[in-house]
Design a protein around this ligand. Structure first.
Ligand code: HAX
Length: 446
């Protein structure tokens, strides 16, 4: 919260800006902000011009694959292991809550019970979203994609940005991360309410459901506001879902988009809204929707759960028609995504064995071999999107179009965490050099 007070000295009013710490996060991050800037300055001074990589035309024309060109402190993704959040493998974090995951992402430390409770006190102020957001969602055409609604909802909420107000008030550079924390907390806490409102409005589920009275847990509130199921394991699935999708280092389309947009000092509402537009792409977050459509297509074609032989033939048909197998492959990973494994363990634990889940498991037994034989995909193993939709479906959330919104609620946690840390570092505006093909040919032939 940005409070302004005026102190009148003689006839000249002096405006004093005070950020009321809306969470103990400011306290936790104060010393880190100075330390990280000092580290960046020391690195630049000692090695600012040292080469760490070479750039080839293959990388330039290949989606900048492999070029180490960004900094991301919150998480890393390795080819042989997958996601680590603050250097902890994701499989060791599957019992966390989204609040604890946010704390870990931003501070690099595990939250104490007191810290989680303080964070939830602040989060819970924002579980009920402003009426103007609900009115905007209701005014959108009935066939709007839920991801377009999610991105639009954040844009209408941009007027709440404390970062923009702080910038307009000429806040000092080294202080700018503080209003980002405030925006991050409000944005993350608003996402469940926004997403649940989209679900209920877009799919005619009845009135928008208010948050729980007396329960400050973010995933419990999200599960409740969606109104899909009251089973305890549904709440557990929502918690796990929100933890697994939070962050995947800095170079994926959604994270990179928010990195670029926020580097122009656009506030977190703009940057997250833009990032979600990237998440809406079928090669990125929309793959979970495509995956379930694929699984349902398999079930429909074969009138139930097909044999592994039938799946093999179907996969080959698809590849020969030039189509991808959704949920398989990854730009970085070269093993089964640990998040796929975490969902598989959830299905086992809760005995979920409906047709879709069985098909997911049979595809897993067959498709990696097919992709290996096909020889194109560098990674024949499943990613997170291959499992998630089938679990949501089994609890009664049957609207595929909504699945990427679920992803977005979680991904906003990672995006906002990255924005806080990046602003603590005072990263400059992103401005890589582009080349014409002509210039690239000349540079390459030298
Ligand atoms: N099925 C068929 N072919 C595939 C494939 C798959 N699942 N994955 C990759 N390939 C093909 C590519 O289309 C490419 O073919 P061309 O040379 O003809 O263009 C070739 O194999 C090499 O691709 P790659 O280097 O292995 O993969 P990329 O880094 O270019 O792309 C993708 C990574 C995830 C986009 C890709 O594997 C894909 O399209 N997978 C299916 C969609 C999917 O599951 N997306 C979700 C990814 C996870 C994520 O970001 N979630 O948000």
């Amino acid at each position: 919260m940005l409070c302004r007070s005026f102190v009148v000295l003689s006839a000249i009013p002096i405006r004093i800006k005070v950020y009321v710490p809306m969470s103990i996060l400011h306290e936790a991050l104060n010393s880190q902000a100075d330390a990280i800037r000092a580290r960046k300055a020391a690195l630049l001074s000692a090695h600012g011009e040292s080469a760490i990589s070479t750039v080839t035309p293959g990388a330039v024309l290949g989606g900048m694959r492999g070029i180490p060109a960004l900094v991301c402190e919150t998480s890393t993704v390795s080819a042989d292991e997958g996601l680590r959040i603050r250097n902890i493998p994701i499989m060791e974090l599957t019992d966390l809550t989204p609040e604890e995951t946010f704390w870990l992402l931003v501070t690099g430390k595990r939250a104490t019970a007191a810290e989680v409770s303080a964070l939830q006190d602040v989060f819970s102020r924002y579980y009920a979203i402003p009426q103007y957001v609900i009115d905007t969602l209701k005014a959108m055409p009935a066939d709007s994609h839920p991801m377009a609604m999610l991105s639009a909802a954040l844009l209408v909420m941009e007027r709440e940005s404390e970062f923009r107000k702080a910038y307009d008030d000429h806040t000092g550079k080294d202080e700018m991360w503080k209003p980002i924390v405030n925006d991050a907390v409000r944005l993350i806490a608003s996402m469940p309410g926004i997403a649940a409102a989209i679900y209920r409005i877009r799919f005619n589920k009845g009135e928008v459901i208010a948050p729980l009275a007396g329960d400050k847990d973010l995933s419990n509130n999200f599960a409740h506001m969606l109104g899909v199921s009251s089973e305890a394991s549904w709440k557990e699935l929502i918690r796990l879902y929100l933890v697994l999708h939070t962050d995947h280092e800095g170079g994926n389309v959604s994270a990179y988009t928010s990195y670029v947009v926020s580097s122009a000092l656009s506030d977190p509402y703009y940057a997250t809204s833009a990032a979600l537009c990237g998440l809406a792409g079928p090669l990125h977050g929309l793959a979970n929707q495509e995956c379930l459509a694929f699984i349902m297509g398999v079930r429909e074609k074969f009138g139930g759960v097909p044999s592994e032989e039938q799946i093999k033939e179907f996969a080959w048909e698809r590849l020969k028609a030039g189509q991808v197998v959704p949920g398989y492959g990854h730009a970085v990973l070269r093993v089964t995504d640990p998040r796929f494994t975490a969902f598989h363990e959830f299905a086992q634990k809760h005995g979920i064995q409906d047709d879709n889940v069985q098909i997911v498991q049979r595809i897993f037994n067959v498709v990696p071999g097919v992709l290996l034989e096909h020889g194109k995909a560098k990674n024949p193993w499943p990613n997170v999107d291959a499992y998630s939709g089938s679990l949501l479906y089994s609890y009664g959330m049957t609207e595929f179009d909504f699945y990427t919104v679920m992803f977005g609620v979680s991904r906003a946690i990672g995006l906002c965490s990255q924005m806080v840390v990046n602003r603590m570092m005072n990263l400059p505006i992103v401005r890589p050099k582009s080349l014409t093909l002509d210039a690239l040919e000349k540079a390459a032939s030298k």
